[in-house]
Design a protein around this ligand. Structure first.
Ligand code: PLP
Length: 426
C-alpha cells in the first residue's frame, strides 16, 4: 500500500469521505487521492515522495507558484505581530484600495474568509437592496455551497428550482431560477416574464466549474442589458477568474461592468479569503451603514491580508499576464499536437491562465449540455495516466486547469512529452 492509500483509509474514520472538500476524494476519476506533503513552485510532493507537476494550484490561488518566497517571507514577518485582532487594521484599507484600483467597477469592498461567504453575502445584499427574492444562476456554474446556490433547474426555465442537496429547503430553492449558460434568448425570455421579481443574476463570466467555457459573444452584454432594464443586480462571480484570466478579471477581458463582483482564491495568496464589492450605492446597504447584515470573526485577517497584498504586488508586475497566457497557450498547443498525433478526438479552451481539456469531436464547447457529451471515461484514463507519470491535473472532467508563472519551459515540455505517451496509450 502506498502512504497515500494508508492515509486515505485512516482519514475515512474521522473525516467524512476522508476529505474536507468532496472533489478531493477522486470520486469522479476513481482511485485514491494523493495526500500532499509539501509544495514549491510548480510542484507538489505527495506523501510517498513523488514529485507532481501541478496544474490545479490549490484550485486557482497559486498563480505565482507554491510557497512563493516573497509571500512566505511576508507571512512569516506578519505572524510575529499577532494572528488575528478582530479589530480594524491599516492593512485592510490598503487591500480595499488595491482591489478598487485593479477593478474599477468596485467602489467599495468587504472581505470575507471564503468565496462561499462572498457569494452568499452578495446575494443577500442584492436581495436587500432590491427588495426582491428571485435570483438567476446558470447550470454548470458553481458559486460555493450557500443554500440558495445549491439548486438545480425545475422542468423548465420558469419553473421553481429544486434543491440539489438535502438540507436546502424547497421553499428557499423556489427562488432560484437556473438557466442555460450562454443562452441569451432564454435570459431575455425569463426577464420578460419575471424581471420585476428578480433580485440578481450571478454568473461566472468565464465558466470554470464545468471545465473552461468562455462566454459567447453578446452573452455577458445581454446579462448587463436585462439587469439595466429590470433593476436586477448583476453579480460577476470572479472567485476563479479574478486575477487569473487577466489582472482585472473577466470584466477587463470582456469589457462588461458588473454591479457587484465576488472574489477569492488568488486574492488571499493561499490563505482563506473572499471578498465582495461593487457599486457604492449598493454596498452602502451593508451593516453597519445599512440594514443588510453581514459579518465575520476572521474577515480581513492580518495574515491573509498580508499574503494577499504580496500576491497582488507580484501579479501587478510587468508582463505577468502576458507570460502566464503564453505559457498556457504553449502547453495547450503541445497537448493538442500530442492528441492529434495519437488520433484522439480532443480540444482545448483557454482564457489567460485558465484552461479546459475536452475529449470531444466538437470544434468548440459553449454549453453545459456539450460538456456532458464529452468522453468522460477517456478523460479519466488520461487523468490517471498523467498522474502515474507525475502530472497533477484536476481530478474531474468538469473542472478547469490552471498554469502558474512558476511553470518553466522545461516543466511544460515535460508535461507535453508525458501527454504524448498517455494519449498514445488511450
Ligand atoms: N465561486 C466560484 C466561481 C468558485 O470556483 C468557488 C470555488 O471553487 C467558489 C465560488 C467558492 O469559493 P470557496 O471554495 O472559497 O468557498
Amino acid at each position: 500500500m502506498t502512504r497515500s492509500e494508508t492515509l486515505f483509509e485512516q482519514a475515512k474514520h474521522s473525516i467524512p469521505g476522508g476529505v474536507n472538500s468532496p472533489v478531493r476524494a477522486f470520486r469522479s476519476v476513481g482511485g485514491t487521492p494523493r495526500f500532499i506533503a509539501r509544495a514549491q513552485g510548480a510542484y507538489m510532493w505527495d506523501a510517498d515522495g513523488n514529485r507532481l507537476i501541478d496544474y490545479v494550484g490549490s484550485w486557482g490561488p497559486m498563480v505565482a507558484g507554491h510557497a512563493h518566497p516573497e509571500v512566505v517571507a511576508a507571512v512569516q514577518a506578519a505572524a510575529v505581530d499577532g494572528l488575528s485582532y478582530g479589530a480594524p487594521t491599516e492593512l485592510e484599507i490598503t487591500m480595499a484600495e488595491r482591489i478598487c484600483a485593479i477593478m474599477p467597477s468596485i467602489e467599495m469592498v468587504r472581505m470575507t474568509s471564503s468565496g462561499t461567504e462572498a457569494t452568499m453575502s452578495a446575494i443577500r445584499l442584492a436581495r436587500g437592496f432590491t427588495g426582491r427574492n428571485f435570483l438567476v444562476k446558470f447550470e454548470g456554474g458553481y458559486h460555493g455551497h450557500g443554500d440558495s446556490l445549491l439548486v438545480k433547474a425545475g422542468s423548465g426555465a420558469l419553473t421553481f428550482g429544486q434543491p440539489s442537496s438535502p438540507g436546502v429547503p424547497a421553499e428557499l430553492a423556489q427562488y432560484t431560477l437556473t438557466l442555460d449558460y450562454n443562452n441569451s434568448t432564454q435570459v431575455r425570455e425569463v426577464f420578460a416574464a419575471r424581471g420585476h421579481e428578480i433580485a440578481c443574476i450571478i454568473v461566472e463570466p468565464v465558466s470554470g466549474n464545468m471545465n473552461c467555457i468562455p462566454p459567447v459573444e453578446g452573452f455577458l452584454e445581454t446579462l448587463r442589458d436585462v439587469c439595466d432594464q429590470s433593476g436586477a443586480v448583476l453579480i460577476f462571480d470572479e472567485v476563479m477568474t479574478g486575477f487569473r484570466v487577466a489582472l482585472g478579471g473577466a470584466q477587463q477581458v470582456y469589457g462588461v461592468k458588473p454591479d457587484i463582483t465576488t472574489l477569492g482564491k488568488i486574492i488571499g495568496g493561499g490563505m482563506p479569503v473572499g471578498a465582495f464589492g461593487g457599486r457604492r450605492d449598493i454596498m452602502e446597504h451593508l451593516s453597519p451603514l445599512g440594514a443588510v447584515y453581514q459579518a465575520g470573526t476572521l474577515s480581513g485577517n492580518p495574515i491573509a491580508m498580508t499574503a494577499g497584498l504580496k500576491m497582488l504586488e507580484i501579479i501587478s508586475r510587468d508582463d505577468f499576464y502576458a507570460e502566464l497566457t503564453s505559457k498556457t497557450t504553449y502547453l495547450l498547443e503541445g497537448l493538442q499536437q500530442a492528441a492529434d498525433a495519437a488520433s484522439v478526438p480532443f480540444i482545448t479552451q483557454q482564457v489567460g491562465g485558465m484552461f479546459g481539456l475536452f475529449f470531444t469531436t466538437e470544434s468548440r464547447i459553449d454549453t453545459y449540455a456539450q460538456v456532458t457529451q464529452c468522453n468522460i471515461q477517456q478523460f479519466n484514463r488520461f487523468f490517471h495516466g498523467m498522474l502515474d507519470r507525475g502530472v497533477y491535473l484536476a481530478p474531474s472532467a468538469y473542472e478547469a486547469g490552471f498554469v502558474s508563472n512558476a511553470h518553466t519551459q522545461a516543466d511544460l515540455d515535460e508535461t507535453i512529452a508525458i501527454a504524448k505517451d498517455v494519449f498514445a496509450s488511450l
